[in-house]
Design a protein. Structure first.
Length: 346
């Protein structure tokens, strides 16, 4: 067996060590408005022009732009006047604020909130609980009280979740034919992006967004147009308040926030309220049954550790929770994207 001196420094270690640097480059370019400026300009720009347009230093902006070129977020063209930068198609579609599929808001939430919690990942692993107390000086006993610690923070979270559903929503809603369900409750529906995708895909349905009063207020004011007649609202706390009768309940990225006991408690309430023949659709990122991956889901589970009381689960684990509540005929559909779908019937 050879010594470690016989091994080249593994490239994978370099990549993993640089992971947080890579994400911060992308987050910073988004935050400063690099991709928006280039989209609005309609033509390639020099680093000096971009720096001037964004009120940044020329030396700092040049290095940021070159790093974005290396990450294939920007393209560069060498001319007689010097280097000119432009967006790649990926940046135009996903990193500009005005794009229908923009991921800008979730980027900013990760950069300004999630990153701060992850500084204390070692503490989270030692203690087995979220890190809001260390990161923000707020109680960690009520995760959503901490996450919604200000209206600004709540708005950032809601906008971030909406951006996720702009690229993943249709996949999970089309995983099963939901057209037989016309009366749908989206529990914890937040800013309403998934509800909007649902009524677009199933125009004969009506979707009620059930969420905390302050969340509903912001959703009405900022995210869901009053002209959208197929979407209504219900204010409440689904753990402490009643859940109205419906044909289908959507729980998108809800159960992963909570431990098994809380999940069983919520699903039992949903089962009791559900009309016979109705069902519940779980939208979650599913782990492989042997927990070997996907790596994105494993990382999401680490994020649940630092931010919530929950974890990511396998399809079998979600099925077991549904069965414990009384749901049967459980179907699982992996979408091949970030989030998957599990349907349980009553």
């Amino acid at each position: 067996m050879g010594s470690t001196e016989d091994l080249d420094y593994p490239q994978i270690i370099v990549q993993y060590s640089n992971g947080f640097l890579i994400s911060k480059v992308m987050f910073t370019a988004c935050e400063l408005g690099v991709f928006d400026l280039l989209l609005e300009s309609g033509r390639p720009l020099s680093s000096d022009a971009i720096a001037a347009g964004l009120g940044a230093s020329t030396v700092g902006m040049k290095r940021l732009l070159d790093a974005c070129v290396g990450l294939k977020l920007l393209a560069v063209e060498m001319t007689q006047e010097g280097a000119l930068y432009r967006n790649t198609e990926i940046s135009n579609v996903y990193l500009t604020k005005s794009s229908p599929k923009s991921q800008y808001h979730i980027m900013m939430y990760y950069s300004n909130t999630v990153y701060l919690c992850w500084q204390y990942l070692a503490d989270a692993v030692r203690e087995g609980r979220n890190q809001y107390q260390r990161a923000f000086g707020v109680s960690s006993k009520e995760p959503f009280g901490a996450m919604y610690r200000s209206e600004e923070e709540m708005l950032k979270f809601m906008a971030g979740q909406n951006s996720v559903w702009s690229i993943c929503g249709r996949d999970v809603l089309a995983a099963f034919d939901l057209s037989p369900f016309t009366q749908i409750y989206d529990l914890g529906g937040g800013g309403g992006a998934l509800a909007q995708e649902c009524v677009s895909l199933y125009p004969n349905s009506t979707v009620t967004i059930y969420d905390l009063p302050k969340v509903v207020q912001v959703a009405k004011e900022q995210f869901v147009s009053p002209e959208e007649r197929h979407i209504t609202f219900h204010e409440g706390d689904f753990f402490n308040d009643s859940i109205p009768e419906a044909e289908l309940y959507i729980l998108s990225k809800i159960l992963h926030d909570w431990d098994d006991d809380k999940c069983k408690q919520l699903l039992a309430k949903v089962y009791k309220a559900c009309k016979p023949g109705g069902g519940v659709l779980l939208v979650e990122s599913l782990l492989n049954e042997d927990k070997s991956g996907p790596v994105e889901t494993q990382l999401y589970s680490m994020n649940m550790l630092v931010q919530t009381e929950g974890k990511e689960r396998t399809a079998a684990e979600y099925s077991k929770l549904l069965e414990a509540a009384g749901f049967g005929v459980i179907q699982v559909k992996r979408t091949g994207k970030l989030y998957d779908a599990v349907l349980g019937r009553k």
